[in-house]
Design a binder for this molecule. Sequence first.
Ligand code: SF4
Length: 234
Amino acid sequence: MLVGLRQAFLRFHGCTMNCYYCDTRSSYSSTAPEFCQVEKLPGRQDFCSVRNPLSFKYILDLLNEWQQALPKAHHSISLTGGEPLLHVESLQRLLPDLRSILPVYLETNGVLFHELTQCIDFIDYISMDFKLPSTTKSREYWKEHLKFLEIANRSNVYVKTVVSSETTVCEIKKACDVIASVNKNVPLILQPVTTTSPGEAISSLLLLELQEAASELVNEVRIIPQTHKYLNLL
Ligand code: SF4
């Protein structure tokens, strides 16, 4: 929903899922890497290695430095991963100070609803993934997604679902039934899977058919690909 706006990224280690299309696999291996990569000036790719885990002070000082160097560049700070809600105790301590610098935007796989409850008051935007078995190649999460969305609906939430050549109209309708049961006005973004395999890439016709079916059940359905991939950005 915020496509085109710049964000600072804070990437967390670990994830509860193992989606086959995941492009951050190194961030959710069983043990955290000894070092993480920190950009000294945003967007310049002038990374340095810093030992994990970063202290809260280091994160806040760095973000303040970025804000001084580029005061208007960033719309918000994106908490991403992996799955940030795995670190809810750290989020509860960090977010009040983080939020005093930039609005907080959470990227999440949309399953850890207990953890969301514990920190939602410090989150301004939620990008909630809706995981379809056809694209993740794993089990379904309808019940977890429903509970998560019921809580996320208290904030500024939209739902994003990755679709591939194997996604069916029936599956999208089931996902939209879950969304509509909470709030028909929650926007839904259909994101074509980014792939180099022609067999996995979704056809434009199927994409439009999915949008047509979804639009019968929820009020706003957008098709947005991973634009940073086209631009060769992080
Ligand atoms: S939920 Fe996100 S971070 Fe976790 S495996 Fe899936 S795509 Fe990767």
